[in-house]
Write a protein that binds this ligand. Structure first.
Ligand code: SAM
Length: 213
């Protein structure tokens, strides 16, 4: 992701508290109160410019979505999409996923989406990969017992690494797809990176994973 310095972005996020939750720790265990319904909560980690989460929220009005993105200069584009779409079932958090457990209580989340996560190819950066076991531990706490992780990427090495990481953690793999766009998988919603990389001819890998009950 090319990062442009946008000094105004922080203030813009603060101007839309109905979409960007500035004090997410205060809602730990109470996210349903914020959404004012009991619908399941799905989070996307590394939501980028918000194409996926906005389209998903339109498609599934009975699901609450939370997009998590570390970079202010990136999430501000997701905010622009939300303002235009006026969706009541999406919130954005400008935080690092390392903080997940101070934001959500045990079993509060029904599904986690990881879309085109940064591959961090160098071994010394392994801990930054969102499928590293340190992150899986956090996901296990915040996910409901029957909750799932839906992961897709065009990076074969990251996909292989993640399958090993999931298996080593004792997770159950479902629906591993090695070429999503030429599979019979129905209802795929494309992300920004997915559009870009599939247009270049890259294969898209996808899997669904859950923790042992
Ligand atoms: N999901 C989008 C897509 O598919 O178009 C964006 C993909 S981009 C390669 C990965 C995004 O994840 C970046 O915007 C990055 O800032 C964000 N990210 C990476 N690690 C993160 C973390 N630990 N917490 C929050 N966001 C993170």
């Amino acid at each position: 992701m090319r990062l442009r310095n946008k000094p105004w972005a922080k203030e813009r996020l603060q101007n839309y508290p109905q979409y960007v939750i500035g004090n997410p720790e205060d809602w730990k265990g109470k996210w349903h109160e914020l959404f004012q319904n009991e619908h399941p909560i799905h989070i996307e980690i590394g939501t980028g410019k918000g194409k996926f989460i906005t389209e998903m929220a339109k498609k599934y009005p009975n699901v609450n979505f939370i997009g998590i993105e570390a970079y202010t200069s990136v999430i501000v584009s997701a905010l622009d999409r939300l303002i235009e779409a006026e969706l009541p079932n999406v919130k954005l958090l400008n935080i690092n996923a390392l903080q997940l457990e101070s934001i959500f209580t045990d079993g509060e989340i029904s599904r986690i989406y990881l879309n085109f996560s940064d591959p961090w190819p160098k071994n010394r950066h392994e801990k930054r990969r969102l499928t590293h076991h340190n992150f899986l531990q956090k996901y296990q706490h915040i996910l409901k017992k029957d909750g799932q992780i839906h992961f897709k990427t065009d990076n074969e090495k990251l996909f292989e690494y993640s399958l090993v990481s999931f298996s080593t953690f004792g997770m159950i793999l479902h629906d591993v797809i090695l070429d999503l766009h030429h599979s019979d998988y129905d209802g795929n919603v494309m992300t920004e990176y997915e559009e870009k990389f599939s247009a270049k001819g890259n294969r898209i890998f996808r899997c669904e994973v859950s923790f042992m009950k």
